[in-house]
Structure formats: C-alpha cells, structure tokens
Design a binder for this molecule. Structure first.
Ligand code: ZN
Ligand code: ZN
Length: 342
C-alpha cells in the first residue's frame, strides 16, 4: 500500500471540488480501512463546499456514500476479513443514548457522520468503524452499492418507517430526482400505487418506467391528477423531495383526511402550514432524517432480490469530480452520479 492517496478535501468554503493528495489513514481501534472502489456524489457535497451546510473542523475529506473492499483491520475488529466487499452506513452513533438504545440511531445526539464530521469516501481509502459496515453480496456492483447509503436508504427509511407505506396505499412522490426514483421503486415493492411528479418529461418517463403513474406538473394540475388517481379521496402519503413553500402547500392539499406528509427536503428555510385544514382533517407532518444501519441492510437485500434497481446517471473518475459536480448542478441528469477509481 502507498503512503499517500487521492482525496477530495474541502479546506475552505467556496471554489470547486478537486482531488488532492493526503496520507492514507490508519484504522483506529474498532475501525477498518476500506479501499474505496466507487463513491456517490450527492448534492449535499455541493452544499458542504459552499458552506450552506457547515462542516465544522476543516480540512475535511467529503463523500458519504461509498463501496469498496476491507483491506486492514484495526485493533479488536473480529467480524470482518480483508477482501470483504462492503458499503457503510453514514451515521457513526454512540450506541448509548436513549435514541440509539431504542434503535432510532438516526436521532443520536452525539452522531458523527462519514464525510461530514469525520473523513469520508471521495478518496482511495477511508477508515470507518467496523460497526458501520454492511456486507455486499456478489450480485451488487460497487457502482450500484455506492449510491445505497443515502439516495436509496433514506427513501426506504422515509417511506417504510416514517410513512408506514404498505400494500394497497396510494402514494404521491413530489420530485423524481436521485431520491424520488428510488422512492417510486420502494413504494411499489411495498405494494403501494405511486403517483410521481416532475416538470421534466424525461423524469416523468423514468418514473413510469419504474411503475409509477407520472404527472408532468408543468402541463397538468396536480390536484386534478390526484383526484383522478384516487377517485377523489386524496393520497395516503405525500413524500416531498422538493422542499419549497409551493410543494408543501400543494402536497398538504391533496392528502386524504388523516394522511401523512413526509418532509424529506428543505430547500426553503421555513414552510407555511394552513392551520385549519390540518386541524379539521388530522393531517400528520413528519420529518425524515437519514436512515439506520438496518435500513441499509434491508435496502441491500431489496437490491439483491431485484425489487429495487439503483438508478445510475453517469460516472466520472475521482480526479474529474469538478466536472461531475458541474454536471450535477446543471440538473440535466436523471439518476445518481458515481465516482470511479483508477
Ligand atoms: Zn447525500
Ligand atoms: Zn446515540
């Protein structure tokens, strides 16, 4: 193994993402060193660069979605072997607080996240706690696995745990991006009917390809589409992947009485909620944050049995992360971007 590696480091806010050289990390007690084979580029990485989401201590190696091979075990690691193919849950949690003890690790108050408060996976190597590793079966490629911890597991957590989505329900997914397209598949695999919206025809078409009824909201009224889709009843659950004032108001309007509105995105800092309809029809507004390690394990299984197909948009070499970021910002891509090694 070399002493140094390629890594995408944010040293100060602003500028562009680029690969530079850093020392290869050593795994501490309870950690493993993973040779990263692919990592997922997320729009959050761009928010980290701009400082919109502050990182705390800089410099920091970013990248919170990764897949690769275990290459070295730290002290006390028993259940993994060099050569194991793995992905990693993002949240490094304390295991002791009331939320961790209840299995709600996504709410741990002393959490450190891979690629945020600790160094991440846009690099050739990353040291992560062995507790965060999830084994990858041979059928799942590194590329596909590299977009599971955030884009797919987060939708799974939102729909299944927070939304209680199940058989026979009618779900509205607002926004068919890197998250929404996987939300469509997860809701379908849970037995729900899905209506999915976008203002871009190719995204509407993709949602339909994965089993949703697509609505192009640039041309059609959402209310009319929901009326038709639910025979006038309203949807059971709305998943808001857009997160602006308009999406919240529209989504709340098309819920059935007692329906659930899942807040996944937060583009606008504040939302306005009409109070009387909320009161009169007992609507629930539910926050959704990240996922647990068990969510990631479940998602790996869903991919293995073919219930969910990770939708990959484009790949770039790690050294070309600047171009990849520009492509992501352009918004012309459907599906996630992943970064390859060598
Ligand atoms: Zn992300
Ligand atoms: Zn905790």
């Amino acid at each position: 193994m070399h002493d140094t590696m390629r890594a995408v480091v944010i040293a100060e806010y602003g500028g562009s993402l680029q690969a530079t050289r850093r020392p290869v990390p050593r795994p501490g007690p309870g950690e493993v060193l993973v040779r990263v084979r692919a990592s997922g580029l997320c729009s959050t990485d761009l928010h980290l660069l701009s400082g919109r989401q502050p990182l705390g201590d800089l410099p920091r190696i970013v990248g919170h979605e990764l897949a690769g091979d275990v290459v070295e075990l730290g002290e006390g690691v028993a259940h993994w072997r060099p050569g194991d193919r793995v992905t990693a849950a993002i949240d490094v949690t304390c295991g002791r607080c009331r939320h961790c003890l209840a299995g709600d690790t996504q709410l741990c108050r002393s959490m450190q996240r891979i690629g945020f408060e600790r160094d991440g996976g846009h690099a050739d190597y990353v040291a992560v706690p062995a507790a965060n590793l999830v084994a990858l079966p041979a059928e799942i490629s590194y590329e596909a696995a590299a977009i599971l911890p955030d884009a797919v597991a987060c939708m799974y957590h939102s729909l299944i745990h927070q939304g209680g989505v199940g058989i026979g329900q009618r779900i509205l997914i607002l926004g068919v991006g890197g998250l929404g397209i996987h939300g469509v598949q997860i809701a379908r695999s849970a037995g729900a009917e899905v209506l999915a919206t976008s203002r871009q025809p190719q995204r509407v078409a993709l949602a339909e390809q994965y089993g949703a009824v697509g609505v192009n909201t640039a041309h059609e009224s959402l209310e009319a589409a929901v009326q038709r889709f639910t025979d006038g009843e309203g949807v059971d659950v709305v998943v808001d992947n857009v997160g602006n004032r308009a999406s919240v108001l529209q989504g709340l309007k098309v819920l059935r009485p007692g329906g659930k509105f899942l807040v996944v995105a937060y583009l606008d800092e504040t939302f306005e909620i009409p109070s009387l309809p909320l009161f009169k029809t007992e609507l629930e507004i539910i926050g959704c944050r990240g996922s647990t390690r068990q969510d990631l394990i479940d998602v790996v299984r869903l991919v293995r049995i073919g219930q969910v197909t990770p939708v990959l948009g484009a790949s770039y070499a790690l050294d070309r992360i600047g171009e990849a970021a520009a492509r992501l910002e352009s918004g012309d891509l459907v599906g996630r971007i992943w970064l390859t090694r060598d």
